[in-house]
Design a binder for this molecule. Sequence first.
Ligand code: ING
Length: 302
Amino acid sequence: MARDLTIAVCQTGPIQKRAQRAETVDRLVALLERAAAAGAEIAVFPELALTTFFPRWRIDDQAEIEAFFEPAMPGPQTQRLYDAAARLKIGFALGYAELTRVDGGRFNTMDLVGHDGKLVGRYRKIHVPGSSEPEPGTTVHLERRYFEPGNLGFPVFVYRGVRVGMAICNDRRWPETYRMLCLNGAEIVLIGYNTPLLLDEAPALAHLRMFHNHLPMQAGAYQNTVWVAAAAKAGVEDGQALIGGSCIIAPTGEIAAQAISLGDEVIVHRADLDLIAICRKVNFDFARYRRPDQYRLIADQV
Ligand code: ING
C-alpha cells in the first residue's frame, strides 16, 4: 500500500511591528484554509509566525519584549487557528516565541498541532544564531538576547502515521539537524525560517543568500533520504528585507515545489513516502553503513 502525505508550505509575507496579533492570526487561518482546500493534510508556517522578527532590534523594556512572546499556546488570540485545524482536518507546525510559565524560560519554538487541533509535539531551536548585543559591522541579529538554546533535543512525532520532525531557521544549515532527526526516524522535516537578505558581516557572500538557503536543505534531504518542507516569512519587515524561497524538497534532493512571491503564498506537494526506501536502496541506509564499532575504532586511533 503506497504511503503518502500531502504537505503544504504556508509562506507569509512581512509582519510589521505594528501588526495586531489578531490580524496576523487571520492571515494564518486564511493560509490554512487555502492549504486544506488544495488537499493538504499538514501545513508548515514560518519561524516566529505570530510576530515580526523582533531580534533585529535591541530592546531593553521587558514588557515590550514579553509582548512578542506567548505564555500559553493556544492562547486567547491563537485559539482560532487551532479551531481551524480541527474544522479543516489539517494539522500544522507553527513557529512562535515561547515563554514558559514554569521557569520563565524563553525559546524560539515550533509546535506540531494535530488535525484535531491538539498539541502533538514541541521543538525548541537549538542553533540560536547572532549575539545578545549588536556587534559592529554585522547585521543586527540578537536572537541570543531573547532566546535560550533549545532543551528538547531533536524529537520526532507521529502524525497520521507519519514520523515528523521539526527545525527552525539556522538549524537548517547544520547537517546534524537532519541526521539526528533521521536517526530518530523522521520521514518529513518541517522547517520555518526568517532570513535577512543582507549580510553586513560578509558582503562578498551577500549574493549567495538564496543558494545558501536551498543548498543545506537539499543536501540534508538527499543525505538523509527525508522530505523537507520549509516556510519563509518573506518581504520587507519595518525596512529589513527577508528572503523567500519557501520550498518542498524530495528525498532525492530535488525541489518539488517552490514559492514564487515574497507574500502570503501556499505551495503544495503530495509527498510519496515510499521514495525514501527507494533512495535508501541506492545510499544512506544507516543500518547498512553505520557501524558504531568501526567509527569508534577510528576515533580511538586518531
Ligand atoms: N536567521 C538566519 C538564518 O540562519 C542568520 C540567521 C542571520 C544566519 C544572518 C546568517 C546570517 O537563516 C535565523 N532566524 O536563524
